[in-house]
Design a protein around this ligand. Sequence first.
Ligand code: PLP
Length: 408
Amino acid sequence: MAEQPDHGTQQRMPSMDNGKSPQTIAAANGIGSDAQYGAVTPPIHLSTTYRFPGFEKPGPYDYSRTANPTRDLLADTLAQLEGGAGAVVTATGMAAVSLLLAMLDPGDLIVAPHDCYGGTHRLLSMRAAKGHFDVAFVDLNEAAGFAEALRRGPALILIETPSNPLMRITDIAKLAEQGKAAGARIAVDNTFLSPALQQPLALGADFVIHSTTKYLNGHSDVVGGAVIAAHTQDLNHLKEWANAMGLTGSPFDAYLTLRGLRTLFPRLEYQQRTAFAVADFLDRHPCVETVHYPGLPSHPGHAIAERQQRGFGAMLSFNIKGGADGARRFVEAVKVFTLAESLGGIESLVAHPVTMTHASMGIEARRAAGIDDSLLRLSIGLEGERDLLMDLDQALRTVAPLLGRSSV
Ligand code: PLP
C-alpha cells in the first residue's frame, strides 16, 4: 500500500472549512453557480468528451470517465460533508470498495469485520482467494482477536459501523488510534448513517466509503458509490485508479444523487425519529426475541454510538420468535413494509439477511457473525409512524400459532 502521509494536517470539517453548516452544504453546494445562463439548479453535463481549445491544450475536462463536471459537483459536496480532501464518485457501492482495495499490494493484510455487508465479505474473500491480498475477518469489538490481527501488521482496517445487519457499533477513534500505531490505514463504510450522522475522518479514519444507493440518494432509484479521502496524496491515487479501472459513476446518476442529497438532513431526522418509535415498539412486543438498535439504552454499543454519532439512524434489525418459520410468516404478512434488498430510501423495507443480503456469505461465516434465520432487518422510510407500527403488529401476530398460542 502507498506510504502513509502526515496524518491530521489535511483534515477538514465542513463547518471549519468555509463556515457553512453541513445542512447548507447538502442543500446548496453549487446552487446558482452556472456561469452560462445563471441556472439556479446546476445543469447536468452528459457529454462524454470535451473540445480541446488547441493542439496539446486540453481544457479543464477532456473525457467523462476521467472527470465530469456533474460528477465533480457531487464529489465536492460529499467531500465537504465528510470533511475530506476530496472524493471519487463510483458506479456502485461495491465499485467504491473495489477502488479502495486497489490501494493494496499482494501480501498486504486487510482486517475486516466478521459481520460486514455480505457483498463486501464476498468481494474480499474472492480477491483474497486469487492472492490479491490477505484478509482476516475478525470481531472488531473483541479486544484479544483484534490485538492478534494487529500483530500481523495489517495495511488496512475496514470498519463498518453500525454493521449490516446486526447494528454492532465499533469505536472508530479507539480502533483508528490502535490501528495507526500498528502502521495500518483506516477505512470506514459510513453507508448506514451518512455524514449527516457520523464523520469518521474527524475520528481518525483515512478513508470513508459509501454506497450512495442508500441514504445519500435516498430514493431507491440510483445505484452508486463514493470513496472520500482525508489526504490529498491518497485522493490522487484513488483518482488515478478509478480512471484506470473505469469504475467512475455516470453523470446522470450523479445528478440524481445530488438531487436526493439536497434533502438528506430532513429525511434522516424524520426517519430516525420513526425508527426509534419502531425499535421501542418491537422491544416490548411479545413476538420479538431481541431488537438491535443502537438508540436503545440496552444496546451494547449505545454509549459509543451516543458519543461518536449525531443520531442513531433509521436502520434496525430484530430476531423474531418462531425462527425461520416466524420470519417467513412475518415477511408474507407485511403490507406497508416491502420485502426487498437495499435500504436508506423513502420507503420502508424489510429484508431477511440469511436468504437475501447475506446469502453469499455462507452458513459458517454467518454463524460466526451471529446472523441467523430469525433475523429481520428494517429500513425505516418516511411513511406515517402509526401505519408502520400497525403493520408490524399485525405481521408479528401471525407468528402466534408457532408459539403455541391462538393470539397474542
Ligand atoms: N456497503 C454497505 C454497508 C451496504 O449495505 C452495501 C449494499 O447494500 C454496499 C456497501 C454495496 O453497495 P452497492 O449495492 O451500491 O454496490
